[in-house]
Design a protein around this ligand. Structure first.
Ligand code: NAD
Length: 327
């Protein structure tokens, strides 16, 4: 039986990935600091531990893992990444995890690690026009990410590719763009935009108001987690394409449009109230030319379809939490 390791299996994408690998017949070991908050892990074995500990990393890697996915990172939504208060932790924790996992895999003879980098590596100077951001892979340099989270990702993607060049590894690097879907963080400050908006809409009374950070004209694209996993597996299993490559949607919307879409799904009319908040770049969209060329595949699911299932799941979470608070 083929064996896979998923680091960060207690998180949003790692949880979905463990399920997909199980469905494909893999034996899966999941590793995380914590259990998954929203479901029972699909992994055959779930090890709780800290990947900042090099000894722990060596203990969880085995030579017969044919696929290793390194998704663990200290991360969160804009409120966590852009406040500046968490920069040292973000950089130290995530870089240490990546250094340790590369060392452990090399040491055990595992040749291929999938690494999830981020669209946050792209230079802020190419993302000032909300209608026309440039996020083609080649535009990453001269580097100027707008957060320390992005700088750590850029360092780590270079580290994985350096191990390919110097140690004959075949690591794969993807740059994820705003992944969303059910069973992700939806409150508490580390949630991303689609989850935060779904929660706010689900919690609001019809004809009420919804608070939006900034003027809402900043643009983004959002990729449903199922397509994120599909792209990740295709990259991991591609014959010789190491990346970095974008895994994202190229259906760009403004945050105001995203709010309108969620309101339509919910059947609510809400008044948008624009408030100050951490924002990130002005515009961002996935450029899917390279993935289409190299993998013969690119995400194509309409945003609206993914939002429907995500809204429905978050509305349920809001209802469960409201009813727990009143009992
Ligand atoms: P997540 O926060 O839900 O999952 C990350 C997991 O890593 C968490 O469960 C966390 O507990 C675990 N972790 C953190 N530090 C650890 C440590 N020291 N030891 C063991 N486990 C540790 O995030 P996600 O949305 O599932 O993202 C997965 C990966 O994809 C991350 O590397 C992230 O940077 C990258 N990414 C995500 C997005 C997105 O939109 N979700 C976008 C770009 C890149």
């Amino acid at each position: 039986m083929k064996k896979a390791l998923v680091c960060g299996a207690g998180g949003f994408i790692g949880g979905h990935l463990a399920r997909r690998l199980k469905d494909e017949g893999f034996w899966v070991r999941g590793v995380d600091l914590k259990a998954h908050e929203h479901c029972t892990s699909a992994a055959d074995e779930f090890v709780i531990g800290d990947l900042r500990d090099a000894g722990f990393c060596r203990s969880i890697v085995e030579h017969d893992f044919c696929e290793v996915y390194q998704l663990a990172a200290d991360m969160g939504g804009a409120g966590y990444i852009f406040s500046g208060d968490n920069d040292a932790d973000i950089m130290h924790n995530s870089a240490t995890i990546n250094l340790n996992m590369l060392d452990a895999c090399l040491n055990k003879g595992v040749r291929k690690i999938f690494y999830s980098s981020s669209a946050c590596i792209y230079p802020a100077y190419n993302q000032e026009d909300p209608e026309n951001p440039d996020c083609s892979e080649a535009s990453a340099y001269p580097a100027a990410p707008d957060s320390e989270y992005g700088w750590e990702k850029l360092f780590s993607e270079r580290l994985y590719l350096a191990y390919n060049r110097n140690h004959g590894m075949q690591n794969r690097v993807a740059r994820y763009h705003n992944i969303f879907g059910p069973m992700g963080t939806w409150d508490g400050g580390k949630e991303k935009v689609p989850a935060a908006i779904c929660r706010k809409v689900a919690s609001a009374l019809d004809d009420g108001a919804i608070e939006i950070w900034g003027d809402g004209q900043q643009t983004r694209s959002f990729l449903h987690v199922d397509e994120c996993i599909e792209g990740s597996l295709r990259l991991m299993r591609s014959a010789n394409f190491e990346g970095p490559v974008n895994i994202g949607s190229d259906e760009m919307v403004s945050i105001n449009q995203l709010v309108d879409m969620v309101c339509t799904i919910a059947g609510k009319t809400l008044n948008k109230v624009h408030i100050d908040g951490p924002l990130g770049v002005r515009g961002r969209n996935s450029d899917n030319s390279l993935i289409a060329e190299k993998l013969g595949w690119a995400p194509c699911q309409p945003l609206r379809a993914g939002l429907e299932s995500t809204y429905s799941w978050i509305r349920q979470q809001v209802e469960i939490s409201n009813s727990a608070a009143t009992h």
